[in-house]
Design a protein around this ligand. Structure first.
Ligand code: ATP
Ligand code: MG
Ligand code: MG
Length: 428
């Protein structure tokens, strides 16, 4: 991918935007870009520099993302809405072409890493509640103030904030940025040795600021003390607006990552803000249990979509006929009675029972959590609560719940997959 039209190769201490930003270390990459930790010499702080591939379609995508991010930043001058902030953007020309670059606030690890770090056991419910409040606040802002649908909410796209304060104040964190690379040394071996040393220093610096590598979100100590996440500041922000759209200017029919996809998207019945709320419920479940809510698989005689619809109905009850047959794709999956054509036997396993049987929730915790989630998983999109309504739900403010060490001790050995592995699906 490091060729014409592809990624821009970055070396340590490379300069961008006329020397304002200095590359420190690669933070990650995606289908569209590489993301680097950079030092902003104007503000003396660390930022994340997202460098897009240079081919026309990537430029197009970046322009859209910048458009969305600009409107997010414009309406949130105090950066208090729990959505990623765009700081700057510019073009950078390199050997592979012209790359659009986005300068973003530097955040910590994703919720996916937090879940992994916690060994897929599920976070304590009080942490889940906190995270939910931040995500809902961010969603309410996007939906009701900006009219934006994210369309790709998942744990990977929510990043912890805990690095921010330190990143803003590198002096206090005791990490000095690397400002220049040693001048070209004719002796390659020595150059690479210096480079290695510089890289090691940069790695240590990032580990110190962000807690990357050995832990999550800035809490290096937690890794040493038995993965106790109680001390982790769980403020988090919604990121990755590459697929976001304005509700009145939709362009993609197939949206969302498979496991977080809402039924109306599968059935091609149109979507709106409520489709993000479905994904949000899937995320909340995953945070609390360590397992994805739905992990559909295609099989003999049925597709992944059909398994997905079957899993939804096994958990939530039969889909109302009107909804089942109401989408452009419905005829492929449902007969005129609203029954799945190729999966005839469903094994119902309601959410509260699942939480008790498989995840060892107390009856009380299970019922309260299910009462919070089920309205968000309504098959009728317009009946799902909005982010703002959801913020009022009593579950978010209840205090008591069984500590999850107790839950986990009695919990069955899990392999990191959802409930589908327990079921033998018979296609027709
Ligand atoms: P995708 O294929 O997911 O659309 P993308 O090319 O649009 O990828 P992003 O998902 O925005 O790229 O970023 C890639 C990775 O870089 C992220 O998964 C994350 O690890 C890291 N990253 C992105 N933004 C930040 C940030 N603001 N602070 C810290 N790390 C970040
Ligand atoms: Mg991404
Ligand atoms: Mg993206």
């Amino acid at each position: 991918s490091y060729r014409k039209g592809g990624y821009h190769a970055v070396r340590l201490a490379d300069q961008f935007a006329g020397g304002r930003y200095i590359a420190q270390r690669k933070l990650g990459w995606g289908q569209f870009s590489t993301v680097w930790l950079a030092y902003d010499t104007n503000t003396s702080s660390y930022v994340a520099l997202k460098i897009q591939k240079s081919a026309a379609q990537f430029v197009q995508a970046a322009l859209h993302e910048i458009d969305v991010l600009s409107s997010i930043a414009d309406s949130d001058p105090t950066n208090s809405k729990f959505v990623i902030q765009l700081i700057d953007h510019f073009k950078h020309t390199g050997p592979n072409g012209q790359h659009l670059c986005m300068v973003l606030e530097f955040l910590g690890d994703s919720l996916l890493r937090l879940i992994r770090y916690n060994r897929y056991k599920g976070l304590p419910l009080n942490k889940v509640r906190e995270i939910c409040k931040y995500v809902l606040t961010g969603l309410d802002y996007l939906h009701s103030e900006l009219g934006i649908i994210h369309t790709d909410l998942k744990p990977e796209n929510i990043l912890l904030c805990s690095t921010i304060d330190l990143a803003k104040d590198p002096c206090r964190s005791g990490i000095s940025p690397i400002l220049e690379r040693p001048e070209g040394n004719p002796n390659g071996a020595v150059t690479s040795l210096i480079e290695k040393r510089l890289k090691r220093r940069a790695r240590r610096a990032v580990a110190k600021i962000s807690g990357r590598r050995s832990s999550v979100g800035g809490i290096v100590e937690a890794a040493k003390t038995g993965r106790n996440i109680d001390g982790i500041d769980v403020r988090c922000k919604i990121v990755d607006f590459g697929n976001a759209c304005w509700a009145d200017k939709q362009f993609a029919e197939e949206i969302q990552t498979r496991q977080y996809r809402a039924p109306e998207v599968i059935l091609k019945a149109g979507y709106s803000f409520s489709t993000d709320m479905w994904s949000f419920a899937c995320i909340a479940f995953e945070l609390a249990t360590g397992d994805m809510l739905f992990t559909p698989k295609g099989g003999q005689g049925f597709s992944e979509d059909e398994d997905h619809l079957a899993l939804m109905m096994e958990l939530l009850g039969k889909m109302p006929r009107k909804i089942a047959i109401g989408g452009a794709q419905s005829k492929d999956y449902f007969d005129r009675h609203g029954d799945l054509k190729r999966i005839r036997r469903l094994k119902f396993w309601p959410l509260d029972k699942l939480l008790i049987d498989r995840y060892k929730f107390s009856v009380n915790d299970a019922q309260e959590f299910a009462e919070f989630l089920l309205p968000l998983l309504d098959f009728a999109p317009e009946k799902r609560p909005t982010a703002r309504e959801c913020l009022q739900h009593p579950w978010l403010n209840c205090k008591e719940s069984t500590p999850n060490e107790i839950r986990n001790e009695s919990s069955v050995e899990k392999v990191g997959v959802g409930m589908s592995n327990l079921k033998i699906r018979v296609g027709k």
